[in-house]
Design a protein around this ligand. Structure first.
Ligand code: SF4
Ligand code: SF4
Ligand code: SF4
Length: 302
């Protein structure tokens, strides 16, 4: 991955030198091995700190939202999942494509720094030889960038080994009562920290429904009912928009299987409105399902 690091650094420095960008969104190294963190470079000198290594797992697309109201030209490094998120932001008209210079990276799979922190602190036992990838990377269907101006690294094969939607298929075998009890039990563990919302590139509303107080649409109590409401509303807002970056599930401190809900919606959107996979293909002006309205839309269910 050293070659990829060098290449990203070199391209970013050139972009700064030629005044083609004002900021570059990438990763920098912290003090410890697993501390590779998102970094905003603002100069050619800053760009020397950019790295890409086995812990460059964070989806940088969410950082773009910090700049949506400005006019800066932005460089960004993007793995497969990051690039799908950028497409979603472009489709949501959060950015003009001309403001972005995207360095696409064929992603060889990442390790999860949260697992590494657990082991480093002694709170978790090391599983296997310590070379395992993050769980989400074993379900990755798109490790290669879908939109880019420069491409670095080699093309990578899909890392999905088992059946896609295996967890969803198993859940669909439950009857309605079993499913209700499963979700009531699972979601009651949620501590409403909103980490899953903060990391999500598809959560780009300026005022989030969960923060609004007048009216307060969703209760803030840590109760099974309010938790259920939070997750139902968030999941429905993700329908047709989730790009399967898996960051929400990865950062959840209480290990709620959020991708189960997201993948159920991905599967259903694909079945009812598809074939469609969010963020796979950018066509300027094209609207994804559930983002457009026609008077001919069937409305029997309303
Ligand atoms: S989900 Fe795919 S693109 Fe994203 S970090 Fe994992 S392997 Fe890379
Ligand atoms: S819901 Fe989760 S997997 Fe989907 S885009 Fe948001 S953070 Fe990524
Ligand atoms: S990250 Fe986990 S605990 Fe926090 S709000 Fe999301 S589901 Fe709940």
């Amino acid at each position: 991955m050293k070659d990829i690091s060098n290449k990203i650094r070199e391209i970013a420095q050139t972009l700064f030198k030629e005044k083609k960008i004002d900021v570059f969104l990438g990763w920098e190294k912290g003090a410890l091995d697993f501390q590779t963190v998102p970094f905003i470079a603002r100069s050619e000198a800053d760009a020397r700190k950019l790295v890409f290594d086995e812990y460059s797992i964070h989806n940088l697309a969410t950082l773009l939202l910090k700049f949506r109201d400005g006019s800066e030209k932005i460089g960004i490094a993007a793995k497969g999942c990051d690039s799908r998120s950028i497409v979603r932001l472009l489709e949501d008209k959060q950015f003009a494509r001309e403001r972005l210079h995207i360095i696409g990276v064929g992603c060889p799979g990442m390790k999860d720094p949260l697992q590494a922190i657990g082991m480093y602190s002694g709170l978790k036992k090391q599983q296997g030889d310590g070379n395992a990838l993050a769980a989400k990377c074993y379900e990755c269907v798109q490790p290669n960038p879908v939109i880019y101006d420069d491409l670095v690294g080699s093309q990578q094969p899909s890392r999905l080994t088992g059946e896609r939607f295996a967890r969803v298929n198993a859940m669909e075998q439950m009857n309605a009562d079993e499913r209700y009890r499963f979700f009531e039990d699972t979601l009651s563990k949620c501590i409403r920290c909103y980490a899953c919302r903060q990391v999500c590139p598809a959560c780009n509303c300026r005022t989030c429904i969960f923060d609004e107080m007048k009216p307060q649409w969703v209760g803030r109590e840590n109760s099974p009912e309010d938790n259920m409401m939070y997750h139902l509303v968030k999941a429905s807002h993700m329908a047709g928009r989730c790009v399967e970056c898996g960051e929400c599930e990865r950062v959840c401190p209480v290990n709620i299987p959020l991708m189960l809900l997201n993948q159920k919606l991905i599967k259903d959107v694909n079945t009812f409105f598809g074939p469609y996979e969010a963020g796979m293909n950018y066509v300027e002006g094209a609207k994804p399902p559930l983002s457009s309205y026609s008077e001919k839309d069937p409305d029997d269910f309303i």
